[in-house]
Design a protein around this ligand. Structure first.
Ligand code: ATP
Length: 590
């Protein structure tokens, strides 16, 4: 009788037993045996990898909190600022983590020929491409995707660093794309923590640091135009020192008017809303170069602590769509500056055409500006700018489009080719339905006659201000400001004291003690008030020599720079310098 032994298959498998089994089956075939070993080893490696990765994931998901901040978010700038504050941490622990294979292949095959092993892919609709709807065929047809979507690939590069904050260590990973001007893409921050509060705390802290910096500085933004998927976003390019309002030399009435107008605008959002008016204000500053247009804007921005968003309308890479996006993305209460608006832009191209061909209905129906002013300093105007004699000028006195009749100011071919912004695109960006609210637009130009009258429509450039040669009063103020004793640098001029409101921006900067003693050049102690009186006397003497309609503030400033600490010499040499033609060469001392 045969006995059948039934046993349960053993479930525990040891490596030795597996090997034994394998030997029994494949023992007669050493090749199969070796292959089996390899497969077994591979299985073990994979199992180990999966287990490690699961443990890693469990730790990551359970214990580590991670936040990602894209560059489009304001918190991105705050965190970058926070990281910059910890540059020592940056230099110690920064390490590029481009994968070895990417580096190797890049070295073997220059970029472009061999794709990097790690890269970012972004897609976007080509600019100006009409969005195709179902009427135009099957939207899911894959062959259409190639025509409609552009893909961009770039190698990634990451920077890692650990920064301690409030008892936690935060791991920052900055993603950048190598070889591009616009580098940073996003930051991811992680930390061992069970609570989000610590992240909030980090962000609030970074914001506070950032604002503290930006309040004592002027934030300047320019458009990103070079990196494809970022085109049309703003890039914080610098924190400039604030410009004191007192450092701008213009007639007091003009400065007061600009301050008053801006304050009223910023404080009266409700007024505009109640009347269904777009909450926007536009200024056109025009006139000779070096007369203070940019200075006025930076001082105004400093005074009201507004960010300045600068667009060069003639820049390569800018078109109507990008311009519109930029304008829409401006924050509320900021200064949007269109620099040198008549250069390179479509305004010239279109101004040279027959108005009927412009395709811009507004331009045929131009209303006078709400308010235009005489030249800010009441001087004779330059040849390129119109003269206006009254405080408020009529439309007839307004600069007219002369480019179509005057070949000298018609655009050159090169000028016409540079920008792809059209007049209607520009006007839409300024006051179209989608245009941002709460911003103050400043357009500046040296060539006002090239500007299309459509720009003067209310809601676009409401106020036109002309800048011309410096007056005697301006020369007097500049001289005083230039030679004031260092420790009294920020002391208000007598005019500023009577204004009161112009003092706000100097909070914290001023030591208003007029009795404070300073050391003068010759080393003797002297009362500041006396010192200021001396300077004022010299300033009057200097102003009395000042020729009319001859010099701009910038040329005067560069003259004074030759005599930094020598007011007497500046006065003594001035007439000779003017008679010799105000040459900007090095001034030889006798
Ligand atoms: N009215 C002014 N008040 C104070 N500084 C002035 C004035 N005009 C010119 N400057 C000085 O001259 C230099 C050039 O001035 P600014 O850039 O403001 O001139 P601008 O009119 O904007 O010139 P451009 O039309 O060439 O851009 C600056 O250093 C500035 O400090």
């Amino acid at each position: 009788m045969s006995k059948i032994k039934i046993s349960r298959p053993k479930t525990s498998i040891s490596l030795g037993r597996l090997q034994g089994e394998a030997r029994r089956y494949f023992g007669s075939n050493p090749i199969l045996l070796e292959a089996g070993k390899v497969v077994l080893a591979a299985v073990m490696v994979e199992v180990t990898r999966r287990v490690t990765s699961s443990i890693n994931n469990a730790i990551n998901q359970g214990l580590i909190l991670r936040a990602t901040i894209p560059s489009s978010d304001p918190a991105y700038d705050w965190l970058i600022h926070f990281i910059r504050q910890h540059t020592s941490a940056l230099s110690k622990s920064t390490k590029d983590s481009i994968p070895f294979w990417t580096d190797y292949l890049e070295a073997m095959y220059p970029t472009g020929r061999y794709p990097p092993k790690e890269m970012i892919i972004r897609s976007k609709l080509p600019t100006n491409a009409p969005l195709k709807t179902e009427e135009h065929g099957d939207p899911n047809d894959p062959s259409r995707a190639k025509d409609e979507v552009e893909l961009f690939t770039l190698p990634t590069k990451t920077i890692n660093m650990d920064i301690p904050f409030e008892g936690h260590t935060f791991h920052f990973v900055l993603e950048t794309n190598s070889g591009q001007k616009e580098r940073n893409l996003k930051i991811s921050v992680s930390s061992f923590s069970r609570s989000r509060e610590i992240f909030h705390s980090l962000i609030y802290h970074s914001r506070t640091l950032y604002l503290a910096k930006s309040h004592s500085r002027l934030s300047i933004y320019i458009p990103r135009l070079t990196t494809h998927w970022w085109v049309g976003s703003w890039n914080l390019t610098s924190f400039k020192p604030i410009r004191p309002w007192e450092s701008v030399f213009l007639p007091q009435s003009v400065k007061d008017g600009v301050l008053r107008d801006t304050r009223e605008f910023l404080e009266n959002k409700q007024f505009y809303q109640d009347r269904g008016l777009p909450w926007r204000r536009g200024w056109l500053l025009y006139g000779l170069p070096g007369t203070g247009k940019t200075s006025l804007i930076t001082a105004l921005a400093s005074h009201f602590k507004l960010g300045v968003y600068i667009v060069n309308v003639g820049a390569k890479g800018l078109d109507d769509e990008v311009l519109m996006k930029l304008v829409m993305d401006c924050p509320k209460k900021c200064i949007l500056l269109f620099e040198d608006i008549s250069l390179d832009t479509a305004l010239i191209k279109l101004a040279a055409q027959d108005p009927d061909d412009r395709g811009d209905t507004d331009s045929k129906d131009v209303l006078p500006p709400i308010q235009t002013r005489k030249p800010v300093n009441g001087n004779t105007t330059s040849s390129d700018v119109p003269t206006s004699s009254d405080e408020l000028t009529s439309d007839a006195n307004k600069p007219q489009d002369a480019s179509s009749t005057n070949p000298e100011i018609a655009p050159t071919k090169e000028e016409s080719n540079r920008s792809s912004v059209t007049l209607s695109g520009l006007l839409n960006a300024i006051d179209g339905l989608a245009a941002s609210e709460g911003r103050i637009l400043f357009c500046t130009t040296n060539h006002v006659r090239r500007i299309d009258p459509a720009l003067s429509r209310p809601g676009r450039c409401d106020v036109w201000l002309e800048f011309t040669y410096a007056t005697t009063d301006q020369a007097h103020e500049l001289f005083k400001f230039f030679y004031q004793p260092d420790s009294a640098e920020a002391l208000p001029s007598p005019n500023a004291v009577t204004l009161g409101n112009t003092m706000e921006n100097l909070d914290g900067l001023l030591d208003t003690s007029f009795e404070k003693n300073v050391f003068t050049d010759n080393g003797t102690e002297k009362n500041v008030q006396e010192n200021l009186e001396d300077i004022d006397k010299s300033a009057k003497e200097f102003a009395s020599l000042f020729p009319k309609d001859r010099l701009t503030i910038s040329s005067l400033q560069s003259y004074l720079m030759h005599f930094k600490n020598q007011p007497e010499k500046a006065i003594g040499y001035f007439t000779t310098w003017v008679e010799e033609g105000c040459k900007y060469t090095f001034i030889q001392e006798d």
